[in-house]
Write a protein that binds this ligand. Structure first.
Ligand SMILES: [Zn+2]
Length: 175
């Protein structure tokens, strides 16, 4: 078990480093043909258009890397892994409600973990065979933002562990 987390940490570090290195050169370069374009691009859904230039300005570099490039943030060093407040977790890109605090639990992984989404159709799944592993990627069903992965070692009643990146989420505290 411990070995798994160390492995996860190493992979997360590599992925984030790779993202930063890439983004420093390409995605966040101040000059480039697309810098002053206001055209919407990379449409992932018939109803939701993502303007990546606008997103780069609005999101932190980490949130952009995680949601748009599929990076993984570091465990135990992110905003919500240890958040115990009542409220809802929304997609940081489009605002769709994704998870509720009533389904959040302590997985010990260092990432915010839930045993089910707020609604079944709030997220969509895709198979992910990167990094030599067979995993199921979880994306926002509305805008296609990368959120994290789902594993089958979660608690009852679902037995699922939705292992999410805090950088993909925006927590809204219950009034
Ligand atoms: Zn979204």
């Amino acid at each position: 078990m411990k070995k798994m987390f160390i492995l996860g940490f190493v992979i997360a570090s590599i992925v984030l480093f790779g993202c930063s290195a890439r983004s420093g050169m390409t995605f966040f370069g101040e000059k480039g043909p697309a810098a002053d374009s206001t055209k919407s691009e990379n449409q992932t859904d018939s109803t939701y258009m993502i303007n990546k230039e606008e997103l780069k300005k609005r999101l932190s570099e980490e949130s952009f890397c995680v949601t748009q490039l599929g990076a993984t943030e570091r465990p135990f060093d992110n905003k919500y892994w240890n958040n115990h407040e009542d409220g809802t977790y929304h997609c940081i890109v489009c605002g769709q409600e994704l998870f509720g605090s009533d389904t959040k639990y302590e997985s010990g992984s260092g990432w915010p973990s839930f045993f089910k989404p707020a609604k079944n159709d709030a997220v969509k799944e895709e198979s992910d065979n990167t990094l030599g592993m067979k995993r199921t990627e979880i994306l926002c069903s509305k805008c296609g933002a990368h959120l994290g992965h789902v594993f089958d070692d979660g608690p009852e009643p679902t037995g699922l562990r939705y292992c999410m990146n805090s950088a993909s989420l925006e927590f809204r505290k219950k009034e």
